[in-house]
Ligand binder design. Structure first.
Ligand code: TMO
Length: 328
C-alpha cells in the first residue's frame, strides 16, 4: 500500500510538543499495530540518552507510543529477554558484549544490527602526560609512573579513575592480572569523570581515567588510550589466555569494538514497522559524538538535544522513515 502521507502541519506541531511526544507525521495503514508503548531503556552516559530519545521520536513520528525507563546498563539484557523493555540502542562490545552474548544464548533477545560506529572503551590520559611519563601509551610505561598518579587515598599506588560500577570494566581484575601498582576508584557518574578531567588538565596534573570513543571528549581534549595486551576472545574467560597464564582479564578492551542494537524477540511481531525502522537506524562516530556534545558541552537535556539533532540531520533519518513507509 502506497498510501503513506506526510502530515503538512508536522513542523508547527513538533515545536509545540518540543518537551512531550512528537506528533505523528506519517499515517501508515495499520500503524501502530499495537497501542502498547515501546519501552526504551536509558542509561548513565550522554550518547545513549540522546540516541534513545532520537529513536523514540522517530517511532512517534510513525504513530507509535513510547516510554522511557532508566535501567541498569548490565541488567538491561535480562529485562529485554523478559520483554520488560523493548530494545537497546547502544550495545558496546567492550562493556556489554559478555552480558549480551549470555542473553542471546538464553533466548528472548535478538541482534538488531550494527551501527557504523567503531567503539573503544579504555584507560585514557591527557596528551601532556606523555612528557611526564615517557613510553606512553604502553601500559608498562604507565605502570612505571604509577606513583605520579597517586592520591591520598591510593598512595603509594597510582589511582585509576574508573566509571560507574555498572559499566563493569573488570579493571580490578586487570590490575591484578597484570601486576600493576594501581588502585581502581570508581566515579559515581560520567559527569564526575569529566569534572576530574577538567580540574586536572587546568593544572596539568597527572590523571588516568576511563574514557571511550565516540564521545564529546575528542572534540575538546587531546589525549590517548593506554595500550594494554591486545584483546582476544578467551581473555575474559580463559586463564591460560594471554601473558598471565593463571588469571583472566590480562588484556585491554577491544580497540575496534562493535556498537549494536538489540531488541526483545517479540518486538517484530508486536510493532513490525517499528522493528523495521530499528534495523535501518545506523549512526556513525560523528553522529554519536555530536549527540553527546549537545549534552556535555552545550548543557542541553537529552530530549532537547534529540530535537536539535533531528532538526539538523533530516537528510540522515528521513530515508529510513521513507523506506519503512514504502516511499522512496
Ligand atoms: C558504555 N560506555 C560507553 C560508558 O563505556
Amino acid at each position: 500500500m502506497r498510501t503513506a502521507m506526510l502530515a503538512a502541519a508536522a513542523g508547527g506541531l513538533t515545536m509545540a510538543l518540543a518537551f512531550g511526544a512528537q506528533a505523528a507525521e506519517y499515517n501508515l495503514p495499520g500503524v501502530p499495530e499495537s497501542d502498547d508503548p515501546i519501552i526504551i531503556p536509558t542509561h548513565n552516559w550522554s550518547s545513549q540518552l540522546v540516541v534513545s530519545e532520537v529513536t523514540g521520536k522517530l517511532f512517534e513520528k510513525l504513530g507509535y507510543y513510547v516510554e522511557y525507563t532508566p535501567t541498569d546498563s548490565q541488567a538491561v539484557y535480562e529485562a529485554i529477554r523478559q520483554g520488560d523493555v523493548t530494545l537497546e540502542m547502544e550495545v558496546w562490545e567492550g562493556a556489554f558484549g559478555p552480558a549480551f552474548r549470555a542473553a542471546l544464548e538464553k533466548g528472548g533477545i535478538v541482534d538488531a544490527g550494527d551501527h557504523d560506529a567503531v567503539t573503544r572503551e579504555e584507560w585514557w590520559y591527557p596528551a601532556y602526560m606523555e612528557e611526564k611519563c615517557p613510553g606512553l601509551p604502553a601500559w608498562e610505561a604507565l605502570n612505571k609512573c604509577a606513583e605520579m598518579f597517586a592520591t591520598p587515598e591510593t598512595a603509594p599506588k597510582g589511582r585509576f579513575l574508573g566509571g560507574p560500577v555498572d559499566w563493569l570494566k573488570h579493571d580490578h581484575e586487570r590490575v591484578e592480572a597484570l601486576g600493576m601498582d594501581f588502585e581502581v576508584v570508581n566515579a559515581g557518574s560520567a559527569s564526575a569523570l569529566w569534572a576530574e578531567l577538567e580540574s586536572a588538565t587546568k593544572r596539568k596534573a597527572p590523571i588516568v581515567l576511563f574514557n571511550w570513543t565516540p564521545n564529546f571528549i575528542e572534540a575538546i581534549y587531546e589525549g590517548n588510550f593506554v595500550e594494554f595486551p591486545e584483546y582476544g576472545s578467551g581473555c575474559k574467560e580463559d586463564p591460560a589466555w594471554g601473558p598471565n597464564k593463571e588469571m583472566t582479564y590480562d588484556c585491554g578492551n577491544p580497540a575496534n569494538g562493535y556498537l549494536k542494537k538489540a531488541a526483545w524477540d517479540g518486538m517484530q511481531e508486536t510493532w513490525p514497522k517499528a522493528y523495521e525502522l530499528l534495523t535501518l537506524i545506523n549512526f556513525n562516530n560523528a553522529d554519536l559524538a555530536a549527540m553527546a556534545a549537545k549534552v556535555d558541552v552545550d548543557g542541553m537535556e537529552a530530549d532537547e538535544a534529540a530535537d536539535k539533532w533531528l532538526s539538523e540531520n533530516e537528510a540522515k533519518w528521513r530515508p529510513w522513515m521513507n523506506a519503512v513507509a514504502g516511499q522512496s
